[in-house]
Ligand binder design. Structure first.
Ligand code: NAD
Length: 374
């Protein structure tokens, strides 16, 4: 039997757990043995007893990694845990190699096979393993709720004996997975929603959710369905055109990202200063540099009465469903690792090869290798 270990997450603000009892039951049926650290699911409201009923085992941290052939977690393991693992152990978690290149070096040195969940290739076959999509769905939903909560206005139109309330005007900039969910959620709350993206395909999707679109003569479709970085001239044009639009809004939600780069600047300070007091900006890109110039990650700042919220780890705000989705992504990945009850991954498989950061003592992911100078 092949053993998976699941630690309790130790990163600040992390409330998700890598496996839920439902997914543990499926894995056990398929030939895995799953050992979880006691309390691993408690922040997401999954009790040790639920895991035991599902066929899992519960242990203290000291015992957790004994004989483990795979470790599934949400955040990457810290170095002291890496030292406890046998060479050849498979790790699957978010890895953020650019944040801590030393950790990547330590994983390579320990001859661990590290799979970065954020590097699942965006191909049809791997959609069910795509944690960027599953967690962005949660983040987009929470961002719209957060904006509604921070706004001093109603989102819906109301006709009451005390008068009529106009619906809030919400602009979503960046219409990928998170942006679409933010649009859908703001629409459900009754707001009037506008959407802006540099990819033409995004406009169609935003329209299908009932948003109006802001169209500019800039098209920046990059590779693999992502956006490319804009030229300096395009950035200037974009900011000039969006400034007038943003000034009319009660809420702006920004979600724009460029893979492997700092998030693009869409809302400079001057744009914030043109917005009305009481307006709210929720910057979902806070973690990767921010789409708004005044964003401070993890904080809310106020500029001329405009609140700028820079939330971190929004999926952890809904730990139950974020964990359920993450666990199902891992379950689907596990099918590429275990064949006929034996751990036998094909490291040349397009999906595994795309996610593999370290293997056999080497850093195997090209961009990460360049990053750490390997
Ligand atoms: P992302 O998080 O990388 O970026 C969010 C959005 O920001 C994107 O829509 C992008 O176009 C936009 N953006 C970037 N720069 C911008 C700028 N300067 N101004 C305005 N907007 C800007 O994107 P994502 O949510 O991961 O999705 C990217 C694409 O991949 C989408 O088309 C999505 O449908 C697609 N996708 C495909 C699969 C699959 O086939 N398996 C899975 C998930 C997503």
């Amino acid at each position: 039997m092949v053993r998976i270990a699941v630690p309790k997450e130790t990163t600040a603000r992390e409330r998700r757990v890598a496996l839920t009892p439902e997914v543990v039951a499926r894995l056990v049926r398929e030939g895995w043995r799953v050992r979880l650290e006691s309390g691993a699911g408690s922040s997401a409201f999954f009790a040790d007893d639920d895991y035991i009923s599902a066929g899992g085992e519960v242990a203290l941290r000291d015992e957790l990694f004994r004989d483990a052939q795979a470790v599934f977690s949400v955040q990457p393991l810290e170095k002291p845990d890496l030292e406890r693992l046998e060479s050849g152990t498979i790790l699957a978690s978010l890895m953020y190699p650019w944040r801590d290149p030393d950790r990547v070096g330590a994983m390579a040195e320990a001859k661990l096979s590290a799979l970065a969940m954020e590097l699942v290739p965006r191909i049809t076959r791997s959609q069910s393993m795509d944690v960027l999509s599953s967690q962005a769905t949660v983040a987009g939903y929470v961002a719209a709720l957060l904006a509604a909560r921070e706004s001093p206005r109603f989102f819906p139109m109301l006709t009451t004996a005390a008068g009529t309330v106009r619906p809030a005007k919400v602009l979503v900039m960046g219409v990928g997975v998170a942006g679409l969910q933010a649009i859908a959620t703001a629409k459900r709350l009754g707001a009037n929603v506008w959407a802006y993206d540099v990819r033409k395909a995004a406009a169609e999707q935003a329209l299908s959710l009932g948003a109006k679109t802001i169209e500019l003569p800039i098209s920046a479709e990059g590779e693999g369905g992502y956006a490319r970085e804009l030229t300096e001239e395009e950035k200037r044009l974009q900011q000039a055109a969006l400034e007038g639009e943003a000034a009319k809004m009660d809420v702006v939600i920004t979600t724009a990202q460029i893979p492997g780069r700092r998030a693009p600047l869409l809302v400079p300070r001057a744009m914030v200063e043109r917005m009305s007091p009481g307006a709210v900006i929720v910057d979902l890109a806070a973690e990767s540099g921010g789409n708004c110039e005044v964003t401070r990650p993890g904080e809310t700042v106020e500029v001329g009465g405009v609140k700028v919220v820079g939330p971190l780890n929004l999926p952890s705000e809904l730990p139950v469903h974020a964990s359920e989705m993450y666990a199902k992504n891992l379950y689907n990945l596990s099918k590429l690792l275990l064949k006929d009850g034996v751990l036998n991954p094909d490291w040349n498989d397009e999906i595994l090869a795309g996610m593999l950061l370290t293997h056999g003592g080497q850093v195997t992911h090209g961009p990460t290798k360049v990053l750490i100078g390997g």
